[in-house]
Design a protein around this ligand. Structure first.
Ligand code: BGC
Length: 814
């Protein structure tokens, strides 16, 4: 018999009538969730506690309808909608009506696993206690996160889960709707059937910010379909260390590029979020400097000079604020020796006073506790809570798994160690956010959104983003594109896998497990080999060669023999899907067996060979670029990246992605960026912004409206690009400046100031126009002054590509 969770709930939970006279905001909160029929699972073979990694079909056979197309109500998005400094009168009224316990509860966010029983169903006793006793205000993570046991949930089951928790929230304790946060970082990757879009690093590689907007919009819709109101995205820090296991989560290394992507991502996620109920709150994370760990490992210390932080790390966060980002997340561990979680310089002076952030600030997972459990910067939970709340403007503690923050906060308020005004500031922000998201009217999921999850319309968006993100780095003797008539030998585990293209923060935080394999995506994605089959119309064989960890699994002699008989060889290099500490590595050096196979094929045969990189981090290629003919960097293009990669290989379009970070040759370059000093070494494998297509594009007529650049007087820079090739070309044009002399501060080799991407059909010439201001040329001094120094400047289009063109101008300070 099918027993829905809601039926279960209704029979066990009498609705508690709201008390008359309570704050007006609570008077109209809906307390009856929509009925969504969700089957089992109660037991497996009579066993109540489910084993780890049970097949998800067994656990949750439901799928979304995935209607081919859909349209949602449109709201005016012409103006930025974002948090404001003042709270609404009804928010203040509610705030004033709350007890100290209720206020502390609002500031507490608890891990969803705490509400789950070992059978994968909600543990009502535990859930009620969290709301009744601790009056918590927020929940995080998917119901599969409990030790990664319960696989991943259909939007129906997820919505039923969040609705059930919401019903407890609105009928117990403070009766204030909870706000649910989830890592929907590129699509709602924790919701079964939701489109897993390309990772941020791929989105950046498109140099087309519309993709960040569209991905954000889809992620928001599918997240809201699951009854979740808040995504912990986008990651706004720029890439500063390539070994970092979360490299794929940044929008590359350039502050301007990342800023444009972050801005559009926030606009896409939030839209007009105070009216539009298919949108969710975005969260700029992780404030700030998390991406530069000293040894490349997750959560290790970062040392970033303050002027460097202002110059390169702050701008992309500022763009999130410009876009009205509703929330932010601080970052793990220490920057310049001081814990971020207790830094008044970072979380008050910089974030609130200088950058003007008015939204709600949450901690990263367990960070308040980490002060006394790991960092040794506090004596106990009381000390840690006191330090954070007194020194920072953090509003919510992503506590995770215990009530100690709530308890400590109550104790500290009662003991007058934390002024109630400080608490009211945070609780006010939380309540205002809940109101802005419509939670006081309709806190439950909108079941009509469920049908749109996994729509073909969204899949096409994902594929188009992937198409624009594929970077062609090498094409000796036009080895690419492949022809359908050629006999191609395909090798590599990631050539026939969806999960290795999807990256982490899908299914589980570190991606699907080995036990789940690709089957977990069950048709919600395509592999490169599926794409090849679709294009060639043939069932083409493929060999692993080595496993995803780079260990030989096939007979290399045999592969060499097969390579000799083939017209071309395509070898895919990839890496295991991981993130955070689980993905820590000591070196970017490739596994020996992987290199060895390429060496043998390229040295023992004369068959032209192409390397396809499907990876988070830029593993050092050593001599491989000299050996192979073609190289494509496909990054992590998402679960639907297979067809776009195959299309690039077979020339169904001309590649047009550009490298969004410096791809190092060796480990010593892992922190090198293209904006290193003008006279310093920049000798990477693939430079920032590099990449080309199958067409020869020539640039001409670079002109400026004035050769004098002065504050307050922007100039226009124009250039023409001609497509001399046979195919149509989407062409990104990247405009850089180099200040050739800058007193006292070595100028950067280049700085990206603007970019644009346009379609140029074969034989056509298209003009690109950019605006350049003197203000963009300002820089931060060690005294943290933002200044301009006069000097000669060179404008360069496409700095690191062979068809670059330049023009000199002169920068004046007045
Ligand atoms: C990560 C965040 C994430 C949070 C919640 C943390 O470990 O650093 O990026 O949003 O977990 O899942």
């Amino acid at each position: 018999m099918k027993v829905s969770l809601i039926h279960y709930l209704v029979s066990y939970l009498p609705l508690i009538a709201l008390v008359k006279g309570q704050a007006a905001l609570l008077n109209n909160v809906a307390t009856s969730p929509p009925e969504i029929d969700v089957p089992g699972p109660a037991t497996i073979d009579g066993v109540v506690c489910l084993p780890p990694n049970i097949a998800y079909q067994q656990f949750d056979p439901l799928k979304p309808k995935s209607v081919p197309t859909y349209s949602l109500p449109q709201y005016d998005e012409s103006k930025v909608v974002g948090p404001t400094a003042n709270f609404d009168a009804d928010v203040i009224e509610l705030l004033n009506s709350l007890t100290i316990e209720e206020k502390a509860g609002q500031m507490t966010q608890i891990f969803s696993a705490m509400f789950l029983g070992c059978d994968g169903n909600i543990n009502m006793t535990a859930t009620i206690e969290w709301f009744d006793k601790w009056k918590i205000g927020s929940v995080l993570a998917d119901p599969a996160s409990g030790g990664s046991r319960f696989n991943y949930n259909s939007p129906q089951r997820f919505a039923n889960f969040s609705n059930t928790i919401q019903q407890v929230a609105t009928t117990h304790g403070s009766k204030i709707p909870m706000i649910y946060g989830l890592d929907s970082v590129r699509g709602a990757g924790f919701v079964k059937g939701a489109v897993v879009l390309p990772t941020a690093v791929n989105t950046a590689a498109t140099f087309n910010p519309k993709h960040a907007y569209e991905a954000g919009k889809i992620a928001a819709k599918d997240t809201r379909a699951a009854g979740v109101h808040w995504t912990f995205a986008p990651l706004a820090d720029v890439s500063m260390e390539k070994r970092w296991p979360r490299n794929f989560e940044n929008f590359g290394e350039d502050p301007y590029l990342a800023g444009e992507m972050v801005y559009n991502s926030v606009r896409g996620v939030q839209g007009n979020y105070k009216m539009d109920r298919s949108r969710v709150a975005a969260c700029m994370k992780h404030f700030i400097g998390y991406t530069a760990p000293i040894n490349g490992k997750d959560q290790e210390p970062r040392y970033i000079p303050w002027n460097y932080l202002m110059e390169y790390a702050v701008p992309s966060f500022q763009r999130a604020i410009d876009a009205g980002v509703a929330t932010g997340m601080e970052s793990y561990s220490a920057l310049n020796g001081q814990d971020v979680i207790s830094s008044s310089y970072l979380l008050k002076d910089l974030l609130r006073d200088k950058m003007g952030f008015k939204g709600m600030m949450v901690t990263d997972f367990g960070e308040i506790n980490s002060q006394y459990t790991r960092h040794m910067t506090a004596f106990d939970a009381y000390d840690a809570t006191r330090t954070t709340l007194n020194y920072t403007t953090v509003d919510m503690s992503m506590v995770g798994i215990s009530e100690n923050f709530t308890n400590a906060t109550i104790y500290l308020i009662n003991g007058k160690e934390i002024p109630i005004s400080r608490i009211d500031e945070s609780v006010g922000r939380i309540l205002q956010l809940k109101k802005d998201l419509g939670l006081f009217e309709q806190p439950f999921s909108d079941p009509t959104l469920i049908d749109t999850v996994g729509s073909a319309q969204d899949i096409e968006v994902a594929r188009n983003t992937a198409r624009e993100s594929i970077i062609l780095h090498q094409n000796k003797d036009n080895v690419l594109p492949l022809s359908v008539d050629e006999k191609v030998l395909f090798i590599g585990p990631n050539m026939n896998s969806t999960r290795f293209m999807g990256g982490a923060w899908n299914v589980h935080y570190d991606g699907p497990s080995d036990a789940e394999g690709d089957a977990i995506y069950d048709g919600y994605g395509d592999t490169i080999m599926l794409g090849v089959q679709q294009i060639t119309g043939k069932q083409i064989g493929w060999y692993n060669g080595f496993n995803i960890d780079g260990k030989r699994v096939d007979d290399y002699d045999e592969l060499v023999r097969l390579a000799r008989r083939a017209d071309k060889v395509v070898i895919g290099f990839g890496e295991r899907t991981t993130t955070e500490v689980l993905g820590d590595i000591n070196t970017l050096v490739l596994p020996v067996d992987q290199t060895e196979l390429v060496r043998r094929i390229t040295h023992e045969t004369s068959t032209p060979t192409v390397l396809v990189l499907v990876q988070n981090r830029p593993f050092s290629l050593g001599s491989i670029p000299d050996w192979v003919d073609g190289i494509i960097n496909a990054g992590l293009p998402g679960a639907y990246g297979g067809l776009p990669i195959a299309e690039a290989l077979y020339g169904k379009y001309s590649p047009n992605g550009r490298q969004p970070y410096t791809y190092p040759k060796m480990d010593y370059q892992t922190k090198v960026t293209y904006y290193t000093g003008i006279w310093n070494e920049y000798d990477p494998q693939f430079a920032f912004g590099s990449g080309f297509g199958y067409n020869d594009i020539s640039y001409s007529n670079i002109t400026v409206s004035s050769k004098e650049l002065r504050p307050g007087c922007p100039i226009t820079v124009s250039v023409s690009a001609t497509n001399n090739g046979k195919m149509s070309q989407l062409e990104p044009v990247l405009m850089y400046t180099t200040q050739n002399i800058r007193r006292r501060y070595t100028p950067e080799k280049y700085r990206l100031r603007s970019f644009d991407k346009k379609e140029i059909i074969s034989g056509a010439t298209v003009n690109f126009n950019f605006t350049l201001t003197a203000e963009e040329m300002m820089f931060w001094t060690v005294e943290l002054d933002h200044i301009l120094e006069e000097g000669p400047v060179t404008i360069t289009m496409n700095a690191f590509n062979k068809n670059n063109v330049t023009l000199p101008i002169y920068l004046y300070t007045s």
